[in-house]
Design a protein around this ligand. Structure first.
Ligand code: ZN
Length: 197
């Protein structure tokens, strides 16, 4: 039963990938993705995502809904501490690793996260070694990047972050659900708060 929820999630990511030139240009599809049973970890975002249905575009809604269905079964994580981002942020944010070195599906070669932020949050400047592609599934947010303009991204929109290129994000009236892909050096690392020099 639980594995079926994850198979649906992976099939929905695969369908989005097959229809997206931006995704295909960023990483090859991982042929070998072995499902790993993991204990679910519950955080407030699990319920916020689980109760958010039928958002996104015709292309992104199948994955949005698969994430909502899986929300109570996944290993939710929060990279940051309350000291770093505050209790309100932690009550309205979370992510899980769908595939990757430590994901629900195991592969050493790429990483795919599903990440959620509630309305009116400021995700402060941070950076990481791996290159990153955001795909907005539902909702919207203002994306900030070092050396580039702020952009309001909506469902289906993508944004590329280079290695160690600092970025930040502000949500407005709506929450945002995203698919985040990583590639290259630093794949096993985590984001660090602060702005790269
Ligand atoms: Zn990032």
């Amino acid at each position: 039963m639980t594995q079926a929820v994850f198979d649906c999630l992976l099939a929905s990511v695969s369908a989005l990938y097959q229809g997206s030139e931006a995704l295909q240009a960023f990483v090859p599809w991982q042929q070998r993705l072995d499902w790993q049973p993991r204990e679910p970890v519950h955080i407030p975002a699990a319920d916020l995502v689980g109760n958010w249905l039928d958002a996104g575009t015709p292309e992104t809604m199948p994955l949005h809904n698969a994430v909502a269905q899986a929300a109570r079964h996944v290993d939710w994580r929060q990279t940051y501490t309350e000291d770093e981002v505050g209790a309100h942020f932690l009550a309205n944010y979370g992510y899980f690793e769908l595939f990757g070195p430590d994901g629900h599906f195991r592969t050493p070669e790429a990483r795919a996260y599903i990440a959620y932020w509630g309305p009116k949050l400021y995700y402060d400047w941070h950076c990481h070694e791996a290159e990153e592609l955001y795909v907005v599934l539902s909702g919207e947010a203002l994306f900030h990047i070092d050396g580039g303009p702020d952009l309001l991204l909506r469902p289906g929109d993508t944004r590329l972050h280079g290695s160690w290129q600092s970025h930040a994000m502000t949500t407005l009236e709506q929450p945002i659900l995203t698919l985040v892909l990583w590639r290259g050096a630093g794949l096993e690392g985590l984001p660090e708060m602060g702005r790269a020099a």
